[in-house]
Design a protein around this ligand. Structure first.
Ligand code: FAD
Length: 184
């Protein structure tokens, strides 16, 4: 048995709207940088979606880690009207590779809204099935904030890339030392 939960909440942004398809809004970029710095130390992973002035965030970690962050989130002046949509025990995280994955205004979100009978992204009107479909969409969607803009400790795949690079560098060094030793 694991002590892991998946937690989904929504909120309304307190900053002015942003035209869709114009990249990551600066306020959201700052939240992502802060999340990616903090979440490894908090023991959390997850994904964030921002669209139509709403946030939809999926967090995964221990109940304690989730509750601690949620207490901070409730006090954060950058959003309001927080509402928990889903909380359940999980065996393994869906976002283990991500301190906080960001999926931009994806065409798939518009498709999901159409299929759910909605003309715009409004998570306050989501049925439970739409919440699940949205989490799945975030899991499968492409990351929208380029690697160069990511801050903090590398996670998952990037951490493995760094480890591979270190092993290759050590191997190259060992070969070099062996060659020098042979030519002495
Ligand atoms: P600091 O970064 O030092 O912040 C101290 C206080 O200042 C916080 O109470 C915060 O509310 C406020 N603050 C910080 N930056 C700003 C700003 N630019 N404008 C206005 N007030 C500000 N944090 C995480 O750690 N992980 C997450 O996954 C995460 N997701 C978030 C999702 C959303 C939609 C929002 C709005 C915030 C999210 N945050 C997340 C931020 C979180 O609410 C806290 O601000 C943050 O965790 C506090 O980080 P810190 O302890 O390093 O404090």
């Amino acid at each position: 048995m694991t002590d892991l939960q998946q937690f989904v909440y929504i909120s309304r942004a307190n900053f002015a709207g942003h035209r869709q398809g114009r990249g990551v809004p600066p306020e959201v970029g700052r939240i992502l940088i802060q999340s990616r710095l903090n979440n490894p130390r908090r023991g959390l992973v997850g994904a964030l979606y921002y669209g139509n002035g709403y946030f939809f965030q999926c967090l995964e970690g221990t109940p304690k880690a989730i509750d601690t962050l949620y207490a901070d989130l409730l006090d954060d002046p950058r959003h309001r009207d927080l509402k928990v949509l889903h909380r359940q025990d999980i065996r393994a995280p869906s976002f283990s590779e991500w301190e906080m994955k960001y999926v931009p205004d994806a065409a798939q979100v518009s498709d999901l809204m159409r299929r759910s009978g909605m003309d715009a992204f409004d998570p306050y009107r989501f049925a439970p099935a739409t919440v699940g479909a949205m989490v799945e969409l975030l899991r499968k969607g492409s990351e929208g904030m380029p690697q160069a803009k990511r801050a903090g400790m590398p996670a998952g795949a990037s951490r493995r890339r760094v480890a591979r690079g270190t092993v290759m560098a050590l191997l190259a060094l060992a070969v070099l030392i062996a060659v020098i030793a042979l030519h002495r």
